[in-house]
Each structure stands twice: as structure tokens, then as C-alpha cells.
Design a protein around this ligand. Structure first.
Ligand SMILES: [Zn+2]
Length: 332
């Protein structure tokens, strides 16, 4: 019997706060802080805040974070941004979201990391949908102290639902390989702070292997394991979840030929894939848009979409009670 109930509820597990600042949100944040934006025209702001569909250059993509980050340097703006972004997600049909941000990138005006976290938590409390925060640590050369502070704060604020639930490692994977962070994640394990790691995005399958060996519960992207049977098997056997982000992968050139995008293949081989946005405002997409994209590109069926969303529920850093509720919401 053919199913008629098309999916219209979604779960986003991989969205960066500073990549979710749309023109509308940027204007609100600027007004709140009496900051003059580089342009008053929406079209021009859109071209500063996002890349067109034809984006060919990673630098163009990365440049888009400058303005949003400059608007997210005060408590008020962070609180408001978390609230506004989650509200926008709700309008897209998202019923649960894990929003991530790097507290150390919000200290440009002297705001301590802990104050940034507290502000984001206040924004989360006002959210119309349930959600949680993931604190990003950043790959880099001279920020070990900042990363350690983020980990200590994650330990301090860690909660099972409704707050800080995990940490992440983001940044230039190809320059600072995952293996450099072995000690760091050993500490996270000691502290019992769950973590996801960006791996197999700009780096290769080896990074994915390392991240799994370090105990990552989930991996950001993981798309570059395609073609490496050994690591594909490891991903499958370990049960690690892949937070895949199709438009992001196309625009940053993590994947060069989208016609061979491995999401459906991974799914059919039993890998636990999920679909997420990454930086929806920069990519000019939404989560429902990503599901439509995968349906058009790969012919994902409604059953497959449902399976992917069930994977998202299983992967979520939240309580069993919340997961049960999300299951119910997805089915009805
Ligand atoms: Zn990401």
C-alpha cells in the first residue's frame, strides 16, 4: 500500500549558529545593538551573508561568517539569535534542533566564554521547539587553552536535555588533523562529555577512522569515506551516526560530483545517516529544502526519508523521553 503521509517534520542535528543568520535575523541583531550594517538593501546583504547556488570557492563560503560573527559578540545578541534561529527552523517544520556554536569565537568584545554560553541558554529557553546546544571547539595552532576552557564549561553545564549536551570539533580539518586531538578527547571521555567531530569533510577517511577510535558518537559529514571499504565497514560496525549536509558539501567542494553523492548508498548499506543543514543561511537553504534536494537528486523515497529521521532521533544528544515524543510527532 502506498503511503500518503509525506514527511513534513524534520530534525536538525548539525547547524552552526553563525551560519544560520539570515538577512532578516541580521537586521534584527543589528537594530538591537545599534550597529550599522554594510548595506540597507536586502539584495546586497544577501550577497554578503550567503553564497549563490553556483558557489565554487571555499573562501567565498568562509567569508560569509564575518558579518554574522560580528553581530554575535554580546549577551543580548547571542540570546536573541538562538531564539530567532530556532523560531525560523520551527517555521520550516523542524521539531527538534541541536544548535552549535564556538564560545571562543564570541569573545571579540571581551565577553567570556561562560557568559556566551549562559546567553545562548537563555535564548534556548525561549525557543518554540525543543532543542539543545553543542559547544564547538576549534581546530587551530594556538587555541588549546580556549578549547580546554570550552570543554571544562561543557562539563560544568552538561545536562541530558534542554541545555549543553555535547561538544564538537570544527575548523580546518585538512590542516589540523583529528589525531592532534587525541589527548583532548581522552579528557572529554574522562569527563563523560559526549562529542561529535567534523571528520571526513575536508579531510579524508583516515580522519573518520581516528574520530571513531577516539569515541565520537557522531561525525560531522563523513562524506569522504565513500570508496574506502575498510572505513565504511568501520562506520557501519561502530554504529556511529553521520551528520550529512548535502548543500554544504557541494558548496565547499567536500564532494565534487554531486551526482555520486553517497547518502542513499550509505543508507542502503545500513550506515546511520542523517540529513542536516550545516549553515543554512549561508547556503540559502533550509532543512526541508535539503530533504527535497536529496529527493530530486537521488530519488529518496518517503520511507527512506522517514528512516533518516528515525536515525536523527536515535542520534540526538537527548533523553529517551524526548526521543519517544519525537517518534510520536514524526509518525502523526
Ligand atoms: Zn559543520
Amino acid at each position: 500500500m502506498k503511503k500518503e503521509n509525506n514527511i513534513n517534520h524534520y530534525i536538525d542535528l548539525h547547524a552552526h549558529l553563525d551560519g544560520c543568520i539570515t538577512v532578516g535575523i541580521a537586521k534584527k541583531l543589528a537594530a538591537l545593538q545599534k550597529i550599522t550594517l554594510p548595506s540597507a538593501a536586502d539584495e546586497e546583504l544577501l550577497s554578503i551573508l550567503s553564497v549563490p547556488d553556483t558557489c565554487e570557492d571555499l573562501n567565498d563560503f568562509l567569508k560569509c561568517f564575518d558579518l554574522p560573527l560580528s553581530l554575535l559578540q554580546t549577551e543580548e545578541s547571542l540570546e536573541e539569535a538562538v531564539y530567532l534561529v530556532l523560531s525560523e527552523m520551527e517555521r520550516d517544520g523542524v521539531i527538534y534542533a541541536e544548535l552549535r556554536f564556538a564560545p571562543q569565537l564570541h569573545t571579540q568584545k571581551g565577553m567570556p566564554q561562560e557568559t556566551a554560553i549562559q546567553a545562548a541558554l537563555r535564548g534556548l529557553k525561549k525557543s518554540p521547539i525543543p532543542g539543545n546546544l553543542i559547544l564547538c571547539c576549534m581546530r587551530g595552532e594556538s587555541n588549546q587553552k580556549e578549547n580546554m576552557e570550552t570543554l571544562e564549561l561543557a562539563r560544568k553545564y552538561l545536562i541530558e536535555d534542554g541545555g549543553v549536551v555535547a561538544i564538537d570539533l570544527a575548523g580546518a580539518e585538512a590542516i589540523f588533523p583529528t589525531e592532534n586531538y587525541e589527548e583532548f578527547f581522552a579528557k572529554a571521555r574522562e569527563y563523560k562529555v559526549p562529542f561529535t567531530i567534523h571528520a571526513g569533510e575536508a579531510g579524508d577517511a583516515e580522519d573518520v577512522k581516528t574520530a571513531i577510535q577516539m569515541g565520537a558518537a557522531r561525525l560531522g559529514h563523513g562524506v569522504r569515506i565513500a570508496g574506502n571499504e575498510e572505513v565504511i565497514r568501520l562506520v557501519k560496525d561502530s554504529g556511529v551516526f553521520l551528520e550529512m549536509c548535502p548543500t554544504s558539501n557541494r558548496q565547499t567542494k567536500a564532494v565534487t560530483d554531486m551526482s555520486g553523492y553517497p547518502l542513499k548508498d550509505f543508507l542502503e548499506r545500513g550506515l546511520k545517516v542523517t540529513i542536516n543543514t550545516d549553515d543554512p543561511a549561508i547556503e540559502r537553504t533550509t532543512l526541508s529544502g535539503e530533504f527535497r534536494y536529496m529527493q530530486t537528486l537521488l530519488g529518496l523515497t518517503e520511507d527512506q526519508k522517514q528512516q533518516i529521521l528515525f536515525n536523527s532521533i536515535d542520534a540526538a544528544f537527548t533523553t529517551d523521553k524526548r526521543k519517544k515524543e519525537l517518534h510520536q510527532q514524526l509518525l502523526f
